[in-house]
Design a protein around this ligand. Sequence first.
Ligand code: SF4
Ligand code: FE
Length: 491
Amino acid sequence: MALMTPQEYIESLRKLKTRVYMFGEKIDNWVDHPMIRPSINCVAMTYALAQDPQYKDLMTVKSSLTGRTVNRFTHLHQSTEDLINKVKMQRLLGQKTASCFQRCVGMDAFNAVFSSTYEIDEKYGTHYHENFKNFITMVQDNDLTVDGAMTDPKGDRSKAPSQQADPDMYVHVVERRPDGIVVCGAKCHQTGSINSHWHIFMPTISMGEADKDWAVSFACPTDAEGMYMIYGRQSCDTRKLEEGASIDVGNAKFGGQEALVVLDHVFIPNEYIFLNGEYEFAGMIVERFAGYHRQSYGGCKVGVGDVVIGATALAAEYNGVEKASAVKDKLIEMTHLNETLYCCGIACSSQGFKTKAGNYQIDLLLANVCKQNVTRFPYEIVRLAEDVAGGLMVTMPSQKDFESDTVVGRNGETIGDVCNKFFAAREGVSTEDRQRVMRFLENMCLGAAAVGYRTESMHGAGSPQAQRIMIARQGNIQGKKQLAKDIAGIQ
Ligand code: SF4
Ligand code: FE
């Protein structure tokens, strides 16, 4: 099958029997639900750009397994150039959606599980790598979107999976059959889980021998029997439900999506299992997946940052302050911060290396430095955006007020007239355009989109402390001490 068009992708979701719950109820037509649809549009953009001649070279690539043309989101990276192109593609998607476009978690899971299964088989003579190659070939040939599911609920953080009072705090095997396994548990804040055709489940921490039943990785279709999702709400999300909502939503076209994914006795046939008890490899999968996803943030958040910077410059222009030197300097600072993140994304890619399995892995230290910066710089960027835009981005009356013909003034002025008079932009700019850019910034800085630009920058791909642990491990302080000793003449 060829690459899917965005329409074919959206229609393909309708064929799934995915169980989705929101506000305490089952949502049957979740594809057209106004709170969910923007996140589907976002993933659809990964299909649309692959069809666009302008972006074809970046968005598509020859499969290393079949030689056929595939979407880069399903690719196993074959070189440092592939790793760099991945980051460039993510920046492009961020620019086109100003949101988390969700499909990267699957791509990062593919590459981590591909290389790890090779090394598990090497040690144990298992056939997980063959299983995975068959799975990824099916994904590539059908141009599927796959969620990479890692984060377990974790219960008492001081205890290992096997020590938890409730064993479901980490996904685990509850039954082993000749033809497969039965699994229980859940994965929290799963990006793009509802919009995905399949899921790859992976462990979320390193494990010991007692945790064998929790050391499990597998693929399963999103509508598997026993699996369901409870939608995560976002700040100001119900604005999307308002009649005729467009301006107040800020970004009416696109958005991110997270959900709680529950596995209630789901059967996984043998051919979709990639790890089953080889506990010492759990950490390898975690470290590789996290490394790739920390690289990813040096692309996606930079693309979103480009839109935030653009909106800030527009707000300044509409307010008539774009020539003020303080405003210009703030835009320079925002650009400097954003491009620093991009430098990190490109750097960890260009210093990548070949794994035993043949695909390419990023430089772990640089990827962790990349993500550590991402936990900070977007916060400073939105701080500057709010500074330049002004308080109006959070105090302006609603779209309905601007459109209202309820009479309030002595001379028959309507609420709409009053709003349009007092919130007028500089000459030559419509009040509506000013409203739009202010609401967009509100959305990015503290509305629904702030999930993707702020809190996800903090905790997505691992919280800051997780990167600091990796930086400590990879930082080679011993080697650096020796450098100092050599030059200072210390024996
Ligand atoms: Fe992709 Fe970024 Fe969203 Fe992760 S946070 S899925 S890298 S867009
Ligand atoms: Fe993320």
